[in-house]
Write a new protein. Structure first.
Ligand code: GLU
Length: 522
């Protein structure tokens, strides 16, 4: 085939919210276009009126915009390019169907849905399940046709699939693929409602829009021989095809919600970052060298190639997505890391104001309604402590709830950990309470910078570390107890910084409550 300028398209059907696989297809097309200096087109294939889902087009376009997957042309809508809509191009498909009829490459079929259902059942019985139509209208005489027309039956138009021979094409990922024509039906081109089927509209538009490469999901592979036959019947040059590997869940079954996969819109709502999502999607079936996992958008554009798309299925790994997201959260948010010894003196990384704003927004949305909304000042204190522990912004409200709650909820057994007895834990918390109450300074996170928080943390450590030895407890045990008492969790940011930010009043209240819970324990 001649060298053509790269022109690719993303052609979603608005039959549902865009899932991981849909947007992976969009991304691979977009990366291929950007890598090769070609054009990327979005075409909404909305010809199946019965399966149209309200809001799906917006969800698809929003997802693309969120990921900054931009397209290069289309009808102008309010100063920007809108996507193409097949529903606005119905005449073109009708004309093409007419052309195929005239050239005897297609025929009108008058079978009713009941007849078709019966036919399917009979063919299944004869184990001819590969096909579902017995071609009974293929050779109707003009007279027979006129009779049926007179009965007011609106026919569909079917393609005259060659009865013999094979159809082959060279898939850029799978290599040579061959289908026996005898396994293909006389598929419908134009439905009785005047709408084209996917096959007809898809190839007409790929031709008219001069699409050079079709990169699409593996599930469309069996449609490709039909398309090749149609291109041939119309005398069009077919594009090159690349069928992208399937995406499976971790148990190698078809990807579904069960594997933690949801619509792109939902990931966005859950606080995933667009650059993390793009990075993750790119690795679903493509790799540079089997080890590099982090790619900026620019690196992806620079490195992407169809040759490096894998033949075998990609596995969706939610933990990997979380890890990548955590990476981008830190990359965006951390402006300055403290020197190595800084961590030891209670210093935390400096974070960007943008991160603080986004965290504040996410907390506003996600904290339970009964919890008082934190101020920006307070979130500025928290952000450096949690930035290295977040996989999504959304989980902050849950993982770090102790920064916001006046009363912590946890099981009293958590206080004892593996080793402590109830008596030892009570004695330890009483001692801690007494020492902390006696401290002349009031500490709390409000209005303090990282230095002040670090100073307070050191002060607390100065009081509490020696206490462990006095109580005859290992520091790990004692600090573990204090951590649960002041946060309700066994894992939290560094204890003393956390206590410094939570503030004196609340820490003392939490410890008293922990004592009550221990004493009340059977
Ligand atoms: N409309 C089809 C879809 O929903 C397009 C398949 C193709 O790219 O040809 O995915």
């Amino acid at each position: 085939m001649s060298e053509r300028k790269v022109r690719v398209r993303f052609a979603p059907s608005p039959t549902g919210y865009p899932h991981i696989g849909n947007i992976r297809t969009a991304l691979f097309n977009w990366l291929f276009a950007r890598h090769s200096g070609g054009s990327f087109i979005v075409r909404i294939e909305d010809t199946d009126v019965t399966r149209k889902v309200e809001g799906a087009v917006d969800a698809i376009l929003d997802s693309l915009e969120w990921l900054e997957i931009d397209w290069d042309e289309g009808p102008r809508v309010g100063g920007k390019y809108g996507p193409y809509f097949q529903s606005q191009r119905l005449d073109i498909y009708k004309e093409t169907a007419q052309l195929l009829l005239t050239e005897d490459r297609a025929y009108r079929c008058y079978c009713s849905s009941e007849q078709l259902a019966q036919m399917r059942a009979e063919m299944a019985e004869r184990k001819e399940s590969m096909r579902s139509y017995d071609r009974r209208c293929r050779n109707l005489s003009q007279e027979e046709q006129d009779k049926l027309e007179a009965q007011d039956i609106t026919p569909v138009v079917r393609f005259k699939t060659p009865l013999e021979g094979q159809t082959s094409f060279n898939d850029l990922i799978k290599g040579e693929v061959t289908f026996d024509n005898s396994t293909l039906d006389d598929f419908v081109l134009l439905k009785s409602d005047g709408y084209p089927t996917y096959h007809l509209a898809n190839i007409v538009d790929d031709h008219l829009m001069q699409i050079s490469h079709v990169l699409r999901a593996d599930e469309w592979l069996s449609s490709t021989p039909r398309h090749i036959l149609l291109y041939d019947a119309l005398g069009y040059e077919p594009p090159l095809f690349a069928h992208l590997p399937m995406i499976l869940g971790s148990d190698r079954s078809k990807l579904s919600k069960r594997h933690g996969a949801t619509s792109i819109t939902e990931y966005r709502r859950q606080g995933y970052l667009p650059q993390a999502m793009m990075n993750f999607l790119a690795l679903l079936g493509w790799s540079l060298d089997d080890k590099t996992e982090i790619f900026s958008k620019e690196e992806l554009v620079q490195q992407f190639s169809i040759e490096r798309v894998s033949k075998t299925a990609a596995i969706f790994n939610r933990e990997k997505l979380e890890w990548i997201n955590g990476f981008y959260i830190r990359k965006d948010a951390i402006v300055e890391v403290p020197p190595a010894e800084g961590y030891a003196t209670g210093l935390a990384p400096k974070v960007s104001t943008d991160f603080v704003d986004r965290l504040l927004e996410s907390l506003d949305n996600d904290l339970p309604p009964e919890v008082r909304r934190p101020t920006k000042e307070y979130v500025e204190q928290i952000a450096p402590l949690i930035v290295e522990r977040l996989k999504t912004l959304k989980e902050a409200a849950d993982l770090f709830d102790f920064f916001f709650l006046d009363e912590l909820v946890y099981d009293a057994d958590l206080l004892l950990g593996k080793k402590l007895t109830k008596e030892a834990a009570v004695a330890a918390l009483e001692a801690a309470l007494q020492r902390l109450t006696a401290l002349s300074v009031d500490w709390d996170g409000i209005g303090r910078d990282e230095k002040k928080v670090a100073e307070d943390a050191q002060l607390l450590e100065g009081v509490l570390r020696p206490l462990a030895a006095e109580l005859g407890l290992k520091t790990g045990e004692f600090f573990g107890l204090l951590r649960v008492a002041t946060t309700g969790h066994t894992a939290a940011p560094p204890l003393f910084q956390t206590m410094a930010v939570v503030g004196k009043d609340r820490c003392l209240r939490h410890i008293k409550l922990a004592l009550d819970r221990l004493r009340g324990k059977a």
